[in-house]
Design a protein around this ligand. Structure first.
Ligand code: ADP
Ligand code: MG
Length: 423
């Protein structure tokens, strides 16, 4: 990589009254690459980007863009230079249509500049979306009717219409589903091939490994280092982010584990899950790990009565029960917190998969376990599984591929089971 970097930020310092938010931070981004910035909450990731984009003046440091000093005195200037940031709190105007959002502030007019040229903005927006390979969004749709994921894609298209060479996305995946995340990543990768660079902020490690070429780690406002994603292993990345070992990150409280609360035997749902056997004890946190599509969600949905069980039994406190719908599950005192919190937030769970390096939520889970509640934690985040669970079930292609005790568990063993490589 000896070409001139697209962006070079050096010795960046940003002081808010009473807080040093950034202390000698550096960031170098090459054209046409995806650069992740990782760090726990409060590490300074968003502030670094806001300094770059001209939201906050920097206290000291230098920002070079294609070899020249970047003028960050106004956001408009920065956008004109070819840098756009898509904020966590999206800036789309929800009452306007897709095309109006894209061209707001620079609408084409006809007849003596009096009448908005609707036809043109619809056509232009259509062309733009096509250029970005976004095929499932109608330029005439009102933005408020679209999912967060689609709004992000519109913001990306808008950035492209401003000739952005660098697009910054701050925690874009925190409010979207795993499937939407895959679509977003496809779009990012297609644009990368066209030479667009991305800065991708996240604290979800699995995700970052899927998308990033390089990773810059920050901690407590400080620059920790920049690494090629393919050369930095998972465990080391976590250590760099948190400055301590993975399992210390969670506020796991060891609880007394009691009798078996729920027991599942030979559970089968045709085409989805096959011969599922497991139990959870009172006060125990049982992890369910596996890759997307391995069947974890289907297992939970079956226990909760969302899916119909074909064969097999569910016992609660040793007594066989039938659960035909969520109401019956609730009657048996089962709660289900879904993966898609925005969507089906009505019932609450067992499983919970969310990025949790934000630490209040692990405390809640431990407190529930301490009260003797049996907990099943479904998560794709290995640190969460390793840090929180007493025992781990791993699924692969609809079956349970492994059961691992806390003492034997590590990332590698879980990944082997999750990818069907029997240990
Ligand atoms: N506008 C602000 N005023 C004062 N302090 C701020 C402001 N914005 C961020 N900070 C502080 O700067 C630090 C870094 O925050 P932030 O950049 O939001 O972290 P991250 O995005 O990595 O979670 C935190 O300690 C935060 O409280
Ligand atoms: Mg942030």
């Amino acid at each position: 990589m000896n070409q001139e970097p697209l962006l070079k930020m050096e010795h960046i310092r940003k002081v808010f009254p009473g807080v040093v938010a950034l202390d000698d931070v550096s960031l170098t981004v090459q054209a046409g690459t995806i650069h992740a910035i990782m760090g726990e909450n409060g590490a300074g990731k968003s502030t670094l980007m806001k300094v770059l984009i001209g939201v906050y003046p920097l206290t000291s440091g230098s920002i070079k863009w294609m070899g020249k000093d970047l003028d960050t005195s106004s956001i408009t200037n920065v956008i004109k230079s070819g840098i756009t940031m898509i904020f966590q709190e999206l800036n789309s105007i929800t009452t306007m249509t897709v095309c109006e959002n894209i061209y707001v502030g620079r609408e084409p007019y006809k007849i003596n500049k009096l009448i908005l040229d609707r036809k043109k903005i619809v056509a232009d927006a259509g062309k733009l979306l096509k250029e970005c390979d976004i095929n499932d969004i109608d330029p005439n749709e009102v933005v408020g009717n679209l999912s967060i994921a689609k709004r992000q894609m519109i913001e990306i298209a808008k950035a492209i219409s401003y000739d952005a060479r660098l697009i910054i996305m701050d925690e874009p995946t925190s409010a979207i589903s795993e499937r939407e995340c895959q679509h977003l990543f496809q779009l990012i990768n297609r644009l990368k091939e066209k030479g667009i660079a991305f800065i991708f902020i996240s604290h979800k490690i699995d995700e970052v490994y899927k998308i990033a070429d390089e990773i810059t780690v920050m901690r407590d406002g400080k620059y920790i280092g920049t690494y090629e994603a393919s050369k930095l292993d998972y465990e080391n990345l976590v250590k760099l982010m948190v400055g301590r070992e993975i399992t210390d990150m969670f506020h796991k409280i060891q609880t007394k584990i009691g009798d078996i609360k729920i027991e599942v035997n030979g559970m089968n749902v045709k085409g989805k899950i096959d011969d599922i056997n497991f139990y959870v004890r009172k006060g125990e946190i049982l992890g369910f790990s596996g890759l997307i599509g391995a069947g974890r969600t289907e297992v939970m949905e079956t226990i909760f009565g969302i899916r119909k069980i074909d064969t097999g039994t569910i016992k609660i406190d040793g007594v066989e029960v039938t659960i035909n719908n969520p109401r019956e599950a609730v009657f048996h005192k089962i709660a289900f917190i879904t993966e898609d919190r925005r969507g089906n937030g009505c019932f609450l769970p067992l499983p919970v998969s969310q990025n949790i390096m934000i630490s209040s939520y692990d405390k809640v889970i431990c407190q529930l376990a301490q009260k003797g509640i049996a907990i099943i934690l479904v998560s794709s985040e290995l640190p969460e599984i390793l840090g929180m669970c007493d025992r781990i079930m791993v699924m692969y292609e609809g079956k349970i591929s492994g059961e691992i005790s806390k003492l034997d568990a590590n990332q590698e063993i879980i990944m082997r089971h999750a990818s069907g490589i029997v240990v």
